[in-house]
Design a protein around this ligand. Structure first.
Ligand code: ARG
Length: 459
């Protein structure tokens, strides 16, 4: 097939270079967006009388036919078309003849591809926000059922202080809420129309950029035609927000992987989300969280690829930008499948081992801060109390006992202000209950947060 631009050339393209140059293999994903963009453009050319109403109608009908043929599986964009934009134009000309050649009046593939990409991304962001909300609802549900379930809290992967499991899960709700909000912010910049900037300088053809923007649901238009066709910030912002969301998914994945080990035994995997080993019959592997953790690297890689793609690229459009698509497509696909998988894992893939969890908070020194705070309440300076408790920990470790095993006269030797009631403060349930500061793990704070989330997520 002769290239659209072949009249300018004497020779044909080297076949390898032809393939090397082509993007049809991946940008066909943009077919519906490209069709919508072209329909809006044609309507606008009709409105400004650049096209007659009969020409406009024929072009729009032709584009609608391509859309239905595609949706019915009768048309599939493929080589030798170079990219989705040429592919649709060529198909239109083959369907309606000469009039089809008028579609590209007053635009360039540069503003066209930017428009398609933004339309596609906007749709993907809306989908991701819905998926994130579903995940948040699942976590909220699990949190609500586990307000009084205690779990050891860690810093440096060392037992620190006991927590309400709900509080621990709500921490992830917060992270996913920030992801949610980041996507909404990215969306507002994605939702800006570059259409009508043409190749880079605008056009002398009578166009109406606000009309096409409104037709396509864009909130605003780019103010500078050169910037409009050169901007790929929005792609980077999207992948950056996705990379952070993946980091949160990877974090919770890692925790689940640890929780289901024999060593932790805080939870177990149900048969719905675990797989067996080909060799070791006793095994149940946490493939789902491992895959999510593993896939995080792909998205980080895409972010690096895009940042490098734009580095040092002069104004305006450069073919480097053709490389923007695959990272974005794969990021959206990877992130949405990971959110879905995590939601299923939370809903039906994991069961907490409540007994083991409560046993684990009974058998450590994670109430040491409370022992110090007991003295602080009796006006002992914190640093003094801290040192007293340090000595008590050492004493207990040497005897392989816990605070609760100490006799009252034994503990009094460390500080005279200790009384019998200290043992009440050491009970893990009371430890958690007492952390009543705003945002703390106390049950009343956790319940308040659950209420807020229920309102926010409209359950
Ligand atoms: N396939 C190209 C891309 O993805 C479309 C834009 C081509 N523009 C150009 N001036 N060669 O970026």
């Amino acid at each position: 097939m002769a290239k659209i631009w072949s009249k300018r050339f004497d020779n044909t393209l080297n076949p390898f270079i032809e393939k090397f140059n082509a993007s049809i293999g991946f940008d066909r994903k943009l077919i519906l967006e490209d069709l919508d963009c072209s329909i809006a453009h044609a309507k606008m050319l009709g409105k400004t009388k650049v096209l007659s109403s009969s020409e406009t109608l024929q072009i729009i009908n032709g584009l609608e036919t391509i859309k239905s043929e595609y949706l019915e599986g009768k048309f599939f964009p493929s080589p030798p078309s170079e990219d989705i934009h040429y592919c649709i134009e060529e198909k239109l000309i083959s369907l309606i003849g000469e009039i089809g050649k008028k579609l590209h009046t007053g635009r360039s593939r540069n503003d066209q591809v930017g428009t398609d990409l933004r339309l596609w991304l906007r749709k993907e962001i809306d989908n991701l926000v819905i998926l994130l909300t579903d995940l948040q609802k699942s976590l909220l549900h699990l949190a609500k059922a586990n307000i009084y379930t205690l779990i050891p809290g860690y810093t440096h992967m060392q037992r620190a202080q006991p927590l309400s499991l709900a509080h621990h899960l709500l921490a992830y709700l917060e992270m996913f809420q920030r992801d949610h909000e980041r996507f909404k912010e990215v969306r507002s910049r994605v939702n800006t129309s570059p259409l009508g900037s043409a190749a880079l300088a605008g056009t002398k053809i009578k166009i109406d950029r606000n009309f096409t923007a409104a037709e396509l649901g864009f909130e605003k238009i780019y103010k500078n035609s050169i910037d409009a066709v050169s901007d790929r910030d929005f792609c980077i912002e999207f992948v950056s927000a996705s990379a952070l969301a993946m980091s949160h998914l990877s974090k919770i994945s890692e925790e689940i992987i640890l929780w289901v080990t024999d060593e932790f035994s805080f939870a177990k995997l149900t048969d719905r989300c675990a797989t067996g080993s080909s060799l070791m019959p006793q095994k149940k592997n946490p493939d789902v969280p491992e895959l999510i953790r593993g896939k995080t690297g792909r998205v980080y890689g895409h972010l690096q690829a895009l940042l490098t793609m734009v580095k040092g690229v002069p104004l305006a459009y450069n073919k480097d930008f053709q490389e923007d698509k695959e990272p974005i497509f794969d990021t959206a696909e990877t992130l949405s499948s990971c959110i879905k998988a995590m939601t299923i894992l939370i809903n039906e893939g994991i069961e907490f081992n409540i007994e083991n969890l409560s046993r684990s908070v009974e058998n450590d020194f994670s109430n040491a801060t409370d022992l110090a705070d007991y003295l602080v309440n009796k006006k002992v300076p914190f640093r003094t109390a801290y040192n007293v408790v340090g000595e008590i920990v050492k004493y207990c470790l040497e005897r392989e006992i816990l605070f609760k095993d100490l006799k009252i006269n034994e503990i009094k030797k460390f500080h005279p202000k200790f009384n019998e009631d200290v043992f009440l403060d050491l009970d893990p349930l009371n430890v958690v209950k007492s952390r009543t500061s705003e945002g703390g793990t106390a049950f009343i704070q956790v319940k308040k947060e659950i209420n807020n989330w229920e309102k926010k997520l409209l359950l």
